[in-house]
Design a protein around this ligand. Structure first.
Ligand code: PGA
Length: 247
């Protein structure tokens, strides 16, 4: 019932030439039958990548957006601009944004609102640190991050949640399918508290060192509806394999 989503977070990587080669590989390759694919290039390249992806069936989005609608915010890009560029999705609250750029749950919730106003689907990233996992507070931490956003979210709307344990991002360490499923199920339980429909329809992605070797087992879990993929999304063949692993 939930169509899997395989999302490629390019982070601050690529060039005009590399992006063209990557997009060419993705559009000409076999993505599998079922999954939806989306890519998140650095914002300066989004217009160009969007042009290359037109009519491909692959969606695109920004890795972040501003809290504000417009104005004197040097270096920022707004949800309105994302809409203008045809973005279907925008990542919000990635752990690198939270850790390196000080984004709080409140900031993240505001960004989600801005996107919803534009009809863009936010991909809300949540996850615990290694210390939090070791202290046994994973569900509490992730739950607080989800709650901060959903308390202000109209449950008739669409949102995607990406569970990304901070200790698994870019480290080569992946949560086991069981560890991931436990958190995904807890998130879905929380969603039921907002609306049964929201819980049933919301895609919950797993992220953190997903690769072609680990994807199939993760995606086979009941509450894992695809992946948010960093490093492995920069290689067309590998990302296509991950997409095919989602069905
Ligand atoms: P990774 O990144 O796959 O390179 O661990 C995932 C992410 O940060 O979204």
């Amino acid at each position: 019932m939930r169509r899997p989503l395989v999302a490629g977070n390019w982070k601050m990587n690529g060039s005009c030439e590399q992006n063209a080669a990557l997009v060419d590989g993705l559009t000409s390759g076999d993505r599998g039958q079922q999954a939806e694919m989306a890519v998140f290039p650095p914002s300066v390249y989004v217009a160009n990548v969007a042009e290359m992806l037109a009519d491909s069936g692959i969606a695109w989005g920004l890795q972040n957006c501003a809290e504000q609608e417009k104005g004197a915010f040097t270096g920022e890009a707004s949800a309105v601009m994302a809409k203008d560029l045809g973005c279907k999705y925008v990542l919000v609250g990635h752990s690198e944004r939270r850790t390196l750029f000080g984004e709080t749950d409140e900031v993240v919730a505001t960004k989600v609102q801005r996107l919803v106003e534009q009809g863009i689907v936010p991909v809300l990233c949540v996850g615990e640190t290694l210390e939090e996992r070791e202290a046994g507070t994973t569900i509490e931490r992730v739950g607080a991050q989800v709650k901060a956003v959903l308390d202000q979210f109209d449950s008739a709307g669409e949102i995607v949640i990406a569970y990304e344990p901070v200790w698994a991002i870019g480290t080569g360490l992946t949560a086991t399918p069981e560890q991931a499923q436990e958190v995904h199920a807890a998130i879905r339980d929380m969603l039921v508290g907002y609306s049964a429909d929201l819980a049933a329809k919301t895609r919950i992605l797993y992220g953190g060192s997903v690769n072609a070797g680990t994807a199939a087992e993760l995606f086979a879990k009941e509450d894992i509806d695809g992946g948010l993929v960093g490093g492995a999304s920069l290689k067309a063949e590998e990302f296509l394999k991950i997409s095919r692993a989602a069905g």
